[in-house]
Design a binder for this molecule. Sequence first.
Ligand SMILES: [Zn+2]
Length: 403
Amino acid sequence: MLKLFNTLTRQKEIFRPLGDIVDIYTCGPSVYQYAHIGNFRTFIFEDVLVRYLRARGYRVKRVMNITDIEDKAITTAKKQGKTLREMTEYYSKAFFEDMEMFNLLPADVFPRATEHIPEIVDIIKKLMENGYAYRGKDGSIYYKVSRFGGWGELIHLKLKPGKKKIKRDEWGEESNILSDFALWKSYEKEDGDVFWETELGKGRPGWHIECSAMATKYLGTHFDIHGGGMDNIYPHHENVIAQNFGAFRENPSKYWLHCRHLMINGKKMSKSLNNAYTLAELVRMEFEPMAVKYLLLSMGYRRRLNFTFDGIEECGKKLEKLHNIIESLRNANGRDDASKLVKRARREFERAMDDSLNTGKALKVMEEFADEAGKISPGRESAEEILEAFRIFDSVLGLLKPF
Ligand SMILES: [Zn+2]
């Protein structure tokens, strides 16, 4: 029985999908910079989620948005002397290359915010009609937080009421203050040629409304899983819930899953702390992408995980060992029977993954299974049975070379 930890209820819950297809929305990258491997901890966990659901026989539809319009995207494009489109194309391409190097399955839909302005306008109009949004003196349209009683449900914190309005996409230090936030930002000189002429006036969307609009378009007003990094819980996902409630009277997702950030030297890996590595940088240092991925999976996605170069090296060795054992199994011609061993490993692997995707435990199961398989001398049929188990494990983890 698969259990997933739901941030909404703070509990591991038995996973029961709403319909025939498991619908998943995951917050994708902001393409004004390279995604670092801390960001990829989340994207890898989401990939494993999709793979495991499929391995368990579910049909899955996954949407991952590309945030190609937000405050920082505009300032970065200006700094680089590029148009917004040129810059976001560049970083999107880099993101997709990293995804491929990490052997991540593409989402079924990769919607871009700038291509969904009509949907965004529609949902803001609904919010205004329902009394959840208003136009500020500056011409921007804000979400009226005091109108929504359920605010703070996801973060489970008591927030102080404030009177300020926030037009920025990111809120900075005052993040424990309840503030109305911008849904539609009226045009300002600094926005240059980044604007849309719409029924709402000349301007551009806020970041939070983008996800409500795109999730609704592709998955409807209530779907199975909404995922992201823990940093997304507040304010982003809290705002998404508020927006959807205001427009459609319901929380958009049954399960909310959040991946913990990656640590380095006791601090969170982040661009702003200047301690982040991209996959491309690590590859230039001659680390294998799969060894990096192995490290990122070596703890369940909600556990604290520290990044070190020694850690990647150790994981590289473990991978090499696995490949060697697989290679020797392909030439096996002994007599030992492995069916008990296989059965036990498969059962333990499933148990680990069923426990809210405990990839750390699942990897240990695979390592021990490889050790034991390396100690026996199986016959052809048994060797094939072992190899098949490895293929099943790897259909979930996506770490091994094809065999
Ligand atoms: Zn989002």
